[in-house]
Write a protein that binds this ligand. Structure first.
Ligand SMILES: N[C@@H](CCC(=O)N[C@@H](CS)C(=O)NCC(=O)O)C(=O)O
Ligand SMILES: *[C@@H]1O[C@H](CO)[C@@H](O)[C@H](O)[C@H]1NC(C)=O
Ligand SMILES: *[C@@H]1O[C@H](CO)[C@@H](O)[C@H](O)[C@H]1NC(C)=O
Length: 361
């Protein structure tokens, strides 16, 4: 019985669910709208303005506006009238709930480390997730900014970046990323966040910066929707690689003895099949290594002659690609990726920038 539970629950452990739950969904037509206390804020087909700027203390000029993802989107309830005054990111106590090897968590850590933001981590145990008992949202990463809970890696990054470049408080910024509850084909409710790749600037920027923002959004989205899905079937490609991955992952994260034990034995076998399942689901080429190399080269081609996609410094897309890979160092998948693609010099540049907190200002 214990073994069966372990197998069932292990199926939902670090990499599995994330990789298998992200199909192409259109939530346009299946919205279960939440209540809307401030129709003027996210009125149906109303445009709202996001004014864009670049990095730390850049020059500002110009505007961009965009539509909400769907005309049906309703904002979640907004606290009435006044938001608390803005607290800067260095005055906020940040706690990241994570799995050490979850690619989405690696992305958030890369972001926090690069900008030199101080934070604590809480390692969530993949089997029982007791550390998340306070939350209805049960995935990692989940971040607490003082008492405010932020869910989803890309929302966390966009919201914290918006806090760094704008004048709004974190509470106010989160209004721009409304929760959208959708019903999947299977009838299950799912939570998505609107605008998750948008940075909400409060100042204007020039046309060139606007293009750069657009490119950054495109590739951040590619990381979540494409790149990450080519990694998992590689990690668990063969039974022995699956075993290697589990040894590596259990060594890195501090799960309790029982969990470690059951994860260790049930894990590789289950994950081997998860690898196969994810592959089918996302229609990845038969040669999963090649599929991963191909995606990696797409990224390198997009970076082109630049040092980083962000130019002389990494942008959020650079940090995202680096972040999802950083948890895999030490695995064959990672070594093969570095030797069979042109990625290595770029990867090491980002790594250096992240580890030296080069974005701190
Ligand atoms: N869209 C989410 C995906 C997060 C996600 O799927 N996380 C996985 C771990 S890598 C998870 O918590 N899955 C649920 C589980 O383990 O039960 C994000 O970007 O943060
Ligand atoms: C995160 O999820 C929780 C539910 O557990 C919800 O109460 C909270 O508002 C969400 N945070 C954001 C910023 O949407
Ligand atoms: C695991 O525990 C060890 C020692 O108790 C600690 O040094 C290490 O940072 C922990 N790792 C994680 C991922 O929490």
């Amino acid at each position: 019985m214990a073994a069966r539970i372990a197998i069932r629950l292990t199926f939902r452990s670090p990499l599995s669910k994330s990789f298998s739950s992200r199909g192409h969904r259109s939530f346009q037509s299946r919205l279960v709208s939440t209540t809307n206390n401030r129709p003027e804020f996210f009125g149906t087909s109303r445009r709202f303005m996001a004014v864009l700027a670049t990095g730390c203390g850049a020059t500002l000029a110009g505007f961009v506006s965009y539509r909400m993802i769907s005309n049906n989107v309703k904002a979640r309830p907004v606290k009435d009238s006044n938001f608390p005054a803005k607290k800067g990111i260095s005055d906020i106590s940040i706690t990241l709930y994570q799995y050490q090897n979850c690619p989405f968590c690696g992305k958030v850590r890369a972001f926090l480390n690069y900008y030199g933001i101080k934070y604590n981590t809480v390692e969530v145990s993949p089997l029982w997730k007791s550390e998340l008992s306070f939350s209805k949202y049960k995935k990692v990463p989940l971040l607490m900014a003082d008492d405010t809970q932020i869910n989803d890696s890309s929302v966390i990054i966009s919201a914290l970046r918006s806090l760094m470049v704008g004048q709004d408080s974190i509470e106010q910024i989160l209004v721009y990323y409304p929760e959208i509850t959708t019903k999947g084909a299977d009838g299950k409710e799912q939570t998505e966040y609107a605008n998750r790749y948008f940075i909400m600037y409060k100042e204007a920027i020039d046309k060139k910066s606007m293009e750069q923002e657009k490119e950054q959004r495109k590739w951040r989205k590619w990381v979540d929707n494409s790149f990450v899905h080519t990694l998992s079937p590689n990690i668990y490609r063969t039974a022995s690689e699956a075993m290697q991955a589990f040894e590596y992952f259990t060594k890195q994260s501090n799960v309790s003895t029982f969990e470690k034990y059951s994860t260790y034995f049930a894990g590789p076998v289950v994950m081997y099949f998860v690898g196969k399942h994810v592959k089918r689901k996302h229609n990845i080429n038969d040669d999963v290594r090649q599929a991963m190399y191909d995606e990696a080269e797409k990224w390198m081609k997009a970076v082109g002659k630049r040092k980083f996609m962000g130019g002389s410094a990494p942008n959020l897309a650079d940090l995202a690609v680096y972040g999802v890979l950083s948890g895999l160092e030490g695995l064959d998948t990672f070594k093969d990726l570095m030797t069979h693609t042109t990625m290595k010099p770029w990867y090491n540049r980002v790594k250096e920038a992240v580890q030296t907190h080069a974005g701190a200002c």
